[in-house]
Each structure stands twice: as structure tokens, then as C-alpha cells.
Design a protein around this ligand. Structure first.
Ligand code: R5P
Length: 312
């Protein structure tokens, strides 16, 4: 990676370190020295003139701060004459606000896309965008990786018989279908309505019957865990035998870990796109690293190979 260099912001340094180790490189040095009033100040401490740069930052945990830090890193790299700047964003925050579903609301996902391009990002590499069509918000290329192959591999090891893949809402149907293809299982979907930011109501299950069968709930992300816990409870009431869950992004805000601990879910698989805090560890959780997938994608970008070939 002589012509290439990898940097990390401060949002998910363990992920960046794992990625660097997978690629066999050391992370480029950046001095982070916020101003006393809270403004971000940083200095890139490597020569990046004419080099292809990858900069890793998850927009999670403190999304406003880390988004701004990412924009400022990209700006500094652009002004230091980097040849190209790939924003490597394991979790793309603000991606849920991707349409005007009420009057006078923002489309924040589009705004963030514009901000990244304006700062100087020439490509974005991310994972499981909340909706694939968000790629169209960008005027630069976007590579959207899927966590499903690695999460489904873990589920396959459980050798569950007569499994039903369950989408907890209509938005998760595509993911559920992909799991169902990989695991050769039937799938069903739930009719979910959001009551508040923390509460959802599920009125019915459409598709395969779950009575006496194992169920795998799949989603792109788990935030307050309202969706997963309500979905698990609905499956239990419908007679499911054992319930498992798999999702890509574990935002796990507020009481989410406690709620998941109490929910009728045996085991929960998630990726490491968002840092799991020490106090959030739970015996039900199995965290699967997506760093090797990002590493392979970076290799493909460098060698101009097809990224979809990783998944074949
Ligand atoms: C919704 O469209 C998403 O795919 C997730 O189902 C949702 O954001 C999860 O949020 P929570 O865990 O707060 O219910």
C-alpha cells in the first residue's frame, strides 16, 4: 500500500486498528487537539501529496461530533493534495432519514452525502445502508457491503432445523430474503407500526407459520431494541420454539442491552460496525468482525477489481 495510506478518526479506533492489521499496514498519524471551546482541530502528520487515502470513521455513538470530525479530516487531506480520499464508514449515521415521510422534515441522508462530497471524499465505502437507494444521493461512487454472508455463516453453525427467517418490518424484507436464500429457510414478515421513538406495535405475521419452529429475526440495525424485543415477543406468542436475532449495526442506545437480555431471544449476532462499550457486553451477544470484509473491499478498490467478487 505504498501509494495508499489508511487513517482513522476517533469514533471506532479498535475497528480501524483491526482493519490496519488485516491489511498489514500501520495507521497514518493524525494529531487531534480540540480547541477549549469544543471546536475540532486536527493535523494530518504524514505526507499525503499524490497518495490515495482511506479514512475510517463510524458515524455512531456521538454522530454529530464524529461526522464533523470526518468532514474536517477529509478537508485537511484534500488541502494536503491527496490524490483520492475514500471515506470508509462502517456505520453510516443519519441514513434512516432518507425521505420526506412527513411535511417539513429534512432528508438528512442526502445532506450528509452532500457534505462528504463537498469536503472532498471521492468515494464512500460503507456497509448495509439503511436503504440501498441512498447510494443515489451521492455524486461519487459508493460501495455498499453486506454483512449478511458473515452473519448467516454464524447462524448456519447452529444447524437449526426447520428455521423461519423473520423480517420485523417491511423495510427488512430484502435482508430477510437474502438470509432465507443463504440458509435455505422460509421467510415471513411482520406488520410493524412505530408508536414512538422507543415503542413499536406489531399486529400480524405475514408468511410462514412459526408455531413449533425456530425463528431468526433479521434487521439492518438495532437502536432502542424496541423493534427486536416486540418482534421476539410476538414470535413467542405465536408459538415459536427458539428465537435468534442477527443485525448489522448495534447502536444499542439507552436500555437496549437490558431489554435484549430480558427478551425471549437465545442468541444475538451483530457486526462490529459500531463500538460495543465494555459495559454493554452480554452473554447472548456474539460480535462478528466485518473488518476483513472492509479489508478485502479496500484491496479491490486499490487493484480496481470487482467488489461483488468478494461475495461470490
Ligand atoms: C427500521 O426501519 C430499522 O430497520 C430498524 O428496525 C429500527 O431502526 C430499529 O430501531 P429500534 O431498535 O429503536 O426499534
Amino acid at each position: 500500500m505504498d501509494r495508499h495510506i489508511l487513517f482513522s478518526g476517533t469514533s471506532h479506533q479498535t475497528f480501524a486498528a483491526e482493519l490496519a492489521s488485516y491489511l498489514g499496514v500501520t495507521l497514518g498519524k493524525i494529531l487531534f487537539e480540540p480547541f477549549p471551546d469544543g471546536e475540532i482541530y486536527l493535523q494530518i502528520q504524514e505526507n499525503v501529496r499524490g497518495r490515495d487515502v482511506f479514512v475510517v470513521q463510524s458515524i455512531a455513538r456521538d454522530p454529530n461530533y464524529y461526522l464533523m470530525e470526518l468532514l474536517i479530516m477529509i478537508d485537511a487531506l484534500k488541502r494536503a493534495s491527496a490524490k483520492s480520499i475514500v471515506a470508509v464508514i462502517p456505520y453510516f449515521g443519519y441514513s434512516r432519514q432518507d425521505r420526506k415521510d412527513k411535511p417539513r422534515v429534512p432528508i438528512s441522508a442526502k445532506l450528509v452525502a452532500d457534505l462528504l462530497a463537498t469536503a472532498g471524499a471521492t468515494r464512500v465505502l460503507t456497509m448495509d445502508l439503511h436503504a440501498g437507494q441512498i447510494q443515489g444521493f451521492f455524486d461519487v461512487p459508493v460501495d455498499n457491503l453486506y454483512a449478511r454472508p458473515i452473519l448467516a455463516d454464524c447462524v448456519a453453525r447452529l444447524q437449526l432445523k426447520d428455521l423461519v427467517i423473520m423480517a420485523p418490518d417491511l423495510g427488512a424484507i430484502k435482508i430477510a430474503r437474502a438470509y432465507s436464500n443463504q440458509l435455505h429457510a422460509e421467510f415471513a414478515v411482520m406488520d410493524k407500526r412505530r408508536v414512538s421513538t422507543e415503542e413499536v406495535s406489531i399486529t400480524s405475521i405475514i408468511g410462514s407459520d412459526v408455531k413449533g419452529r425456530d425463528v431468526l429475526l433479521v434487521d439492518d440495525l438495532c437502536s432502542t431494541a424496541g423493534t427486536l424485543c416486540t418482534a421476539a415477543e410476538t414470535c413467542r406468542k405465536a408459538g415459536a420454539k427458539r428465537i435468534y436475532a442477527a443485525f448489522t449495526h448495534g447502536l444499542l442506545v439507552g436500555e437496549a442491552v437490558k431489554k435484549l437480555g430480558q427478551a425471549p431471544i437465545e442468541k444475538i449476532f451483530m457486526c462490529n460496525t459500531v463500538p460495543l462499550l465494555e459495559e454493554q457486553a452480554h452473554e447472548k451477544f456474539e460480535v462478528v468482525s466485518s473488518a476483513p470484509l472492509f479489508g478485502e473491499a479496500i484491496r479491490c478498490i486499490i487493484s480496481a477489481d470487482s467488489i461483488s467478487s468478494i461475495f461470490n
